[in-house]
Design a protein around this ligand. Structure first.
Ligand code: MN
Ligand code: MN
Length: 474
């Protein structure tokens, strides 16, 4: 963080005040790369697939490949080797082996690639009033009305009866149709809907996606519009209704990211929580040479639903991956796994709640991050008296603060909103549980969890630099 001229007082500083013209050009290049990542990765599966492609292009190989090389030549030099381990297409770990043994601990940046959205129900297609709709179950924390009256795209996978997979992405190309949830028109909303409380303005069972309107011709039968929709699905994709049972299809806001503001200093897009951090950690790890400590970038799934399931931070995948990395270096004991975890240091890489000038009252001003003021470190999360919080140790914050200050990183601190105003959590506590030192650190967003979240290009740039400095610190 910046200080006053006599060094005594903390001062907020806009990153824009400290960047050179040369830096501005770099910020723009990085922002364009980031926007490409956002536009191509609208779901956790797409983010993992794209990350894998970027990793391969940057010299990362599957762990199995390194294991094979080490088996063929036990004396092989592993330092500096780049690799990755993928977990069920929704979670990926990138690593660069350091010059020290892994048992001495690692440096990790952990983010998540799932975002709030509408998931199709297992049996989604319903004909109602001679139209078909898709029934959905929302995923993660959304204000449900945000998803009404906006163009939606369908992304995901579906497995047919014979087990073959269909990858779905409909609504992103200009020629594609889009889908939408229909709110009630204002003219007829004045009585019942106007009386509803905000979370119920659109209720969960009202998040229905308009899907089709043409009926099948011929003798009268039931559900003719639905049959026509099924016929189109069969002709176009070779699928039948039962196939939806074995699918994961997500409705997300359609369209690409945009520059925001007359100065184009910000980026607006769906899914920046938390792909801005995933992208930043990938950028940072890819820029490393041979680090002293093994460097890890972990992209988790299911953070938005409390990290449950076998692709989430809480699953056994992570300690299993560490065990295999240790085995690659000839370490097979359970104690070495525990040693590695207990001696490690991590940043939980997630977004903060930036002060929104229209709603400043939910924040305590002295402890609220602002966009454009650099990477945001958050000592603790949680709600109502720090319940379920990961509360970083002062010793570790001291280390991270020194790394940031020594490397000219513009950073800020605070917490999520006023005490008892609300709150939220990250994957930090699940890393902390394993014994690592963990601190939440990432850029702050305005309108987090909306269909159009706002980030600052300057914060993106500062975050990549901060993560790199963290990896390189000894
Ligand atoms: Mn998040
Ligand atoms: Mn979130």
């Amino acid at each position: 963080m910046q200080t006053s001229e006599d060094g005594l007082a903390l001062r907020r500083e806009s990153v824009w005040n400290v960047v050179t013209d040369d830096d501005r050009a770099k910020i723009e290049v990085l922002s364009m790369e980031y926007r490409k990542y956002l536009d191509a990765a609208k779901t956790e599966r797409e983010a993992v697939e794209l990350t894998e492609r970027m990793a391969i292009a940057n010299g990362f190989v599957r762990l199995e490949e390194l294991e094979r090389l080490a088996q063929e030549d036990p004396g092989i030099e592993l330092k500096g080797r780049r690799g990755y381990i993928k977990n069920k297409e929704k979670n990926i770990l990138l690593f660069i082996i350091g010059s020290r043994p892994l048992r001495d601990g690692f440096r990790m940046i952990g983010s998540h690639v799932d975002s709030p959205r509408l998931d199709l129900k297992p049996n989604p297609i319903v004909e109602k009033e001679k139209l078909t709709i898709l029934k959905t179950h929302y995923y993660g924390g959304i204000k449900k009305y945000h998803f009404a009256n906006v163009p939606l795209a369908l992304h995901g996978v579906l497995f047919r009866r014979d087990g073959s997979m269909l990858k779905i992405s409909i609504g992103e190309d200009g020629d594609d149709p889009v889908f939408t949830v229909n709110d009630l028109l204002v003219h007829l909303a004045q009585k019942e809907q106007y009386e509803r409380k905000m979370p119920e303005v659109i209720k969960g069972e009202e998040l229905n996606i308009l899907f089709s309107s043409i009926p099948e011709k011929g003798p009268s039968a039931k559900d003719k519009v639905k049959h026509m929709a099924l016929r189109i699905l069969h002709e176009r994709y070779g699928i039948e209704e039962e196939d939806f049972v074995s699918s994961e299809i997500e409705a997300v806001p359609a369209g690409k990211s945009r520059n925001v503001g007359i100065d184009s200093s910000m980026i607006g897009a769906y899914g920046q929580d938390d792909r801005i951090c995933a992208f930043s950690s990938i950028e940072a790890i890819m820029s490393l040479g041979v680090p002293e400590y093994t460097s890890l970038a972990f992209l988790a799934d299911k953070e938005e639903t409390h990290s449950e399931g076998n692709t989430a931070m809480q699953s056994n995948f992570f300690p299993w991956a560490i065990s295999r990395l240790l085995a690659l270096q000839g370490e097979h004991s359970n104690l070495s796994v525990m040693d590695a975890l207990m001696r490690s240091k991590a940043l939980s890489s997630d977004v903060g709640a930036a002060l929104n000038p229209t709603f400043p009252k939910v924040h305590e001003e002295n402890n609220a991050p602002r966009i454009g003021n650099g990477i945001y470190i958050q000592k603790y999360s949680g709600t109502r008296g720090k319940y379920e919080a990961s509360d970083a140790n002062a010793e570790f914050i001291s280390e991270v603060r020194k790394i940031f200050n020594d490397n000219g990183i513009v950073w800020q601190t605070g917490e999520m909103g006023k005490v008892d105003e609300g709150g939220g959590g990250t994957i930090a506590k699940y890393m902390a549980r394993l014994g690592m030192e963990v601190l939440d650190a990432g850029p702050a967003l305005i309108s987090m969890h909306s269909c159009f979240e706002i980030s600052s290009k300057a914060d993106l740039w500062m975050t990549v630099r901060a993560y790199r400095a963290f990896y390189e610190a000894t």
